[in-house]
Design a binder for this molecule. Structure first.
Ligand code: DCP
Ligand code: MG
Length: 413
């Protein structure tokens, strides 16, 4: 279903979820320049400040005309989210072609180090700041700090037995080969050892290959499962940083029952096949929220490190596939998130995992402020009595929320 003209013309809306936000917008350079300021504030822990800039960037992404002095005055200055500070930055950009603060930020050692440190999976802004405060500046500094030898093989990282995962805490049969079937956790050491792989973007073809291999393995355990590749892939990005797959069962009646425990079973199987090498295990999104009923805990997910099986040796290997191999000819380690939803919350899970993060943020805000509802990946409910809506399709979620359809490729707020 294409995005309507109504949505495309709705760039004045205060909510990113009712605007069209293309992957690359007509004022992309300005959006990128302002986004550096948002990023810098975020890295400095100034989240409210960062959010203001993110909002401005999101508003600009939906504005369909080139921003000039005229359109700034006529349209952009009046948009919610464009305050006096941002307005001044846009004027400066139009005047000078650059934003001075953006340029000095990009040059600053602090920004460069913090941005670099946060590319390591598991290191967030506050850890990055701590590492910077104690004097670390480079990746080599971080490796030394975490006691990781440069170029170490990830399999040589030692993990105490007590830190190994048994999926969902269930003991696994001892017949399993590696570590009695236990799976090592994704630690910062692992992330450091794999950082070159993790920082190599995943082309769409490889995302699709991972998806089909995973679904074929799932079919061996359980027939009738259906899935959607969510995340940046679904928004049309040509390359992704990780792969997000949302899975459910096609049987509306007994799907919830069938889905239960499947996350652990698939994780175990993919580990046995050598494809899942590490996991970060999180149970349901709301496992600790006492207001949630048992129903919610069935949204199982697992964050993993995944590697496709080696390609069969071929003398004239395709340049295209060679780009996905490292020097040793092996496949790259990738980050993979698997999300299992019961049929009744499948479509909210798909929307919740399709992003962008800012689109999601405004979707939750819209649901709460304008509709008295609560939206998140694990369901759509009415606030006053927690009544659960059961959308029959992705379009249905938008309908229930009173929103016009926005195609995933237009959710790049
Ligand atoms: N998401 C969420 N809650 C989480 C994690 C993710 O709601 N705890 C949503 C918002 C994201 C989407 O899922 O847009 C996917 O998250 P990613 O971090 O994988 O981001 P993208 O897929 O958008 O981009 P990429 O993976 O290419 O960096
Ligand atoms: Mg992703």
């Amino acid at each position: 279903k294409p995005t309507s003209e109504k949505i495309k013309n709705n760039w004045r809306s205060r909510y990113a979820c009712s605007r069209a936000s293309p992957l690359v917008c007509i004022n992309q350079d300005l959006a990128v320049a302002l986004n550096v300021l948002a990023h810098a504030r975020d890295l400095d822990g100034l989240s409210a400040n960062a959010l203001a800039y993110e909002r401005a960037v999101a508003v600009i992404k939906s504005y369909p005309y080139p921003i000039t002095r005229e359109t700034l005055k006529r349209d952009v200055a009046k948009l919610s989210g464009i305050g006096s500070k941002v307005h001044a930055k846009i004027e400066e950009y139009l005047e000078e072609g650059v934003i001075a603060e953006t340029e000095t930020t990009l040059q600053s050692e602090r920004y460069q180090s913090l941005a670099l440190f946060t590319t390591i999976y598991g290191i967030g802004a506050s850890t990055a700041r701590q590492l910077y405060e104690i004097g670390l500046r480079t990746i080599e500094d971080v490796e030394r700090y975490y006691n990781v030898q440069p170029g170490i093989d990830v399999n040589d990282i030692e993990v105490p037995d007590s830190q190994l995962f048994t999926p969902n805490g269930q003991p696994l049969p001892r017949s399993n080969v590696k570590n009695d079937g236990k799976i090592p956790p994704i630690s910062i050491k692992v992330a450091l050892a794999l950082r070159n792989d993790f920082n190599t973007p995943i082309p769409r073809s490889e995302v699709e290959e991972m998806h089909s291999v995973i679904m074929a393995e799932l079919a061996e355990i359980q027939t009738g499962c259906i899935s959607t590749i969510a995340g940046g892939y679904r928004r049309g990005k040509s390359q992704s940083n990780d792969v997000d797959i949302v899975i459910t069962h096609s049987d509306i009646m007994s799907g919830a029952h069938i889905i239960k425990g499947l996350c652990a079973k698939l994780t175990k199987r993919l580990h046995e096949r050598g494809m899942i090498t590490h996991v970060m295990h999180l149970s349901g999104f709301h496992a600790h929220n006492p207001l949630r009923t048992g129903h919610w805990d069935s949204l199982e997910k697992v964050l993993t490190v995944f590697r496709l099986p080696a390609l069969p040796p071929s003398p004239e290997s395709q340049p295209q596939s060679r780009s996905r191999l490292n020097e040793g000819g092996r496949r790259l380690y990738r980050r993979l998130d698997l999300i299992f939803a019961p049929p009744e919350t499948y479509w909210t899970a798909v929307i919740g995992w399709s992003g962008s993060k800012f689109f999601e943020r405004d979707l939750r805000r819209w649901a709460k402020v304008e509709k008295g509802m609560k939206f998140d990946s694990s369901g759509l409910t009415r606030r006053h009595d927690s009544k659960l809506f059961v959308p029959k399709s992705e379009e249905d979620v938008f309908k229930i929320l009173g929103l016009e359809w926005v195609d995933p490729t237009m959710r790049n707020a």
